[in-house]
Design a protein around this ligand. Structure first.
Ligand code: PMP
Length: 366
């Protein structure tokens, strides 16, 4: 008998909709300059790291017990961070906004229900839908990758959407949807409206958030993450902000003890040090703005971004450009419309390396 069973994936009775699917994956390559997954390039400070180590060590003394299922302390800290008078009964954390979004579809999507998104947008959305047996439908953004209320409402009506997901700033375009548009949509639909604000802290006006609309609309859910501006992608914490009844719905579908005691401890330290965790956001916003201008000066098409990344092109063969950047140790992302690449703001040295790499492979157009 062989040590490992030789059965292949195609011999397994996989759910039909999973046949031929591959696991999600931006390439995780060991290269000097990683500008491909919109992370914050700065690790937590020495002082925050020490506090995290201490908190994890303290929580380890209770690791024989299950963690707080309701993440009470963490929710309190998140509510305080979010502001807008939000209470801890309006906040729900999970392992990244990936998990939050999956829980939203487990509660409000499912067989016979439809999730609507506006393309081009985040590539994980169809996977959340597939994994929760929710139908996935899309409508295009306008020529500038923007959205207005008429376009959103027409698509909701045309697709009879049960859940509509609006990403602002949008990944991979970096374009935003004004809060006034979201308000108009919420006023005119019965659908659950999810606003993915993963990159909100990078915008010029972070306080302009759909969270302000929550008192008016019970079916509105705003999803955020500590993975981006907050520099905690490895900690895996995202959260929903919504009416207490919506949070109750998410509590029904969550796995018991979904958020480990270790995660909760680390996230609480991060939130207790919020100003420090966020201190590079202004710099990253400026880096993105500078890079946007630089790329435009060099003749590229650049989508105006309110995030920490940029979509730029146009290339007849974007894969060729991607590969040649990679040859020079610079990893960007092949996503979005044909002919475009996405790059995120790094440290000054990383961003310089990207500029140099681009210049060596492209004739200057200026
Ligand atoms: N939403 C958007 C728009 C994103 O770009 C990402 C990460 N790339 C996420 C959600 C997921 O982030 P996380 O699960 O790390 O919170």
């Amino acid at each position: 008998i062989p040590r490992v069973n030789p059965i292949s994936l195609s011999q397994l009775p996989l759910r039909p909709e999973l046949v031929g699917e591959e696991p999600y994956g931006a390439p995780q390559l060991d290269v000097p300059v990683c500008l491909n997954v919109n992370e914050n390039p700065y690790p937590p400070s020495e002082s925050v790291r020490r506090q995290m180590a201490h908190a994890v060590s303290r929580s380890a003394s209770g690791l024989n017990r299950y963690p707080d299922r309701e993440a009470t302390e963490l929710r309190r800290a998140l509510a305080e961070y979010v502001g807008f008078g939000v209470g801890s009964d309006q906040v729900w954390p999970a392992n990244g906004s990936n998990e939050v979004m999956t829980q939203i579809l487990q509660a409000f999507g499912g067989p016979g229900r439809r999730l609507l998104t506006f393309t081009p947008t985040y590539s994980m959305y169809p996977e959340y839908a597939r994994n929760t047996h929710t139908d996935y439908v899309t409508a295009p953004r306008d020529a500038w990758f923007g959205l207005d209320a008429a376009r959103i409402l027409a698509a909701i009506a045309a697709h009879r959407a049960d859940v509509v997901l609006i990403t602002t700033p949008n990944n991979p375009t970096g374009t935003t949807v004004p809060v006034a548009v979201i308000e108009e949509v919420c006023r005119a639909t019965d659908a659950i409206v999810v606003v993915d604000e993963a990159y909100q802290e990078f915008t010029d006006t972070p306080e302009d958030s759909a969270i302000a609309l929550l008192p008016k609309f019970g079916r509105l859910i705003v999803v955020r993450t500590l993975s981006k501006a907050f520099a905690l992608a490895g900690g895996r914490v995202g959260y929903a902000v919504a009416a207490p009844a919506v949070i109750d719905a998410l509590r029904i579908v969550r796995l018991p003890y979904h958020l480990s005691a270790t995660t909760q401890a680390v996230a609480r330290v991060a939130l207790a040090n919020a100003p420090e965790m966020l201190e590079r956001v202004d710099e990253l916003r400026e880096t993105r703005a500078g890079l946007e201008e630089w790329l435009r000066l060099h003749g590229f098409d650049v989508v105006p971004s309110q995030s920490n990344f940029l979509l730029f092109g146009r290339f007849t063969d974007r894969h060729e450009v991607f590969s040649r950047l990679l040859d020079q140790g610079v990893l960007v992302r092949e996503v979005g419309p044909d002919g475009f690449l996405r790059v995120c703001a790094g440290t000054p040295a990383e961003t310089d390396a990207f500029r140099k790499a681009i210049l060596t492979i492209l004739p200057r157009i200026s």
